[in-house]
Design a protein around this ligand. Structure first.
Ligand code: CP
Ligand code: NVA
Length: 309
């Protein structure tokens, strides 16, 4: 057992800029193989445990299909159908699950929970979304940006909406990879810089008016007004977020070749208009598909290190 060698992916800052460059190159190669129907089974006989304490479409399908494509297999667990929902300590679950599998992906509530799991795991743990972060999504988003426009370094990403897990992760990515986030959130829903754990505030700017945040942006992105786990606040949020809908006028404030992204699921007429999400600047379907390609590269990296083939 080589405890020291374990690398987890619990937040965006768990990898270096150099490792991201490697992952993006591997994701492109792994995607090429997939499109060419080339067999690539580096994770044969390996098992990924997927633990979902919240709902999912993309995260489940991308990890499950991705692991099979790499030659491995998966075990799918939810709170309701495992002892996790019957108060078995997370530390004990980690000890047991990580003795039988090679890799664990967890979607849960507090970041503390995934950190406690990782601290007691013998195998790498991947964050499939917590209240605080969604690193696999930002990995896919930046890969999608690079595919369409080249390097994201020096670019401006406008974040319109909730100061949530996606916003926190964008901030971490901006500081690490050298771009700027223009943040516009309704008052009371601001990002907490302490959660992102930034070294400084140099990589983001805050705007009251979402239109101002979009001005000159290379990428405009948003997310649901009410994240999973916050459903009780739904009505209050609908009122507070009414002006934070990415529509054509916001896209016009951005650069003419700006892209639109949304991690999905989307609510047309709430955080984004149908014209924008279904329009020519939207790359949301590429973004969703790329979850699978980047996560295959991530799983390869966590289990096999830097692969050059
Ligand atoms: N974007 C994303 O994580 O989607 P799911 O909630 O469907 O997994
Ligand atoms: N911020 C959203 C993202 C869903 C993929 C949530 O946490 O529900």
């Amino acid at each position: 057992l080589q405890q020291n060698a374990i690398r987890h992916y619990l937040q965006f800052t768990d990898l270096s800029a150099d490792e991201y460059a490697h992952l993006f190159a591997r994701a492109a190669e792994i995607k090429r193989k997939f499109k060419a129907y080339e067999k690539y089974h580096p994770l044969a006989d390996r098992t990924l445990a997927m633990i979902f304490e919240k709902a999912s479409t993309r995260t489940r399908v991308s990890f499950e299909a991705g692991m099979y494509q790499l030659g491995g297999s998966v075990v799918h667990l939810t709170t309701g159908d495992s002892q996790l929902g019957r108060s078995e300590p997370i530390e004990d679950s980690a000890r047991v699950i990580s003795r039988m599998t090679d890799l664990v992906m967890i979607r849960t509530f507090g970041q503390d929970k995934i950190e406690r799991f990782a601290a007691h795991s013998r195998v790498p743990v991947i964050n499939g979304l917590t209240n605080e972060f969604h690193p696999c999504q930002i990995l896919a988003d930046i890969f999608t940006y690079i595919e369409h426009r080249g390097s994201i370094q020096g670019k401006v990403v406008a974040w319109v909406g909730d100061g949530n897990n996606m916003a926190n992760t964008w901030l971490q990515a901006a500081e690490l990879l050298g771009f700027t986030v223009h943040l516009s959130t309704p008052s009371g829903y601001e990002v907490d810089q302490a959660i992102a754990g930034l070294r400084s505030s140099a990589s983001y700017k805050v705007f009251k008016d979402p239109q101002d945040a979009c001005r000159g942006a290379d990428l405009v992105t948003t997310d649901v007004w009410t994240s999973m786990g916050y459903e009780a606040e739904n009505e209050a949020r609908k009122k507070a977020f009414a002006n934070w809908c990415v529509d054509e006028s916001m896209m016009q404030a951005a650069k003419p070749d700006a892209l639109f992204m949304h991690c999905l699921p989307a609510h047309r007429g709430e955080e984004v208009s149908a014209e924008v999400i279904d329009g020519p600047q939207s790359v949301v379907w590429d973004e969703a598909e790329n979850r699978m390609h980047v996560q295959k590269a991530l799983m390869e990296f966590l289990l096999l290190g830097r692969v050059s083939a």
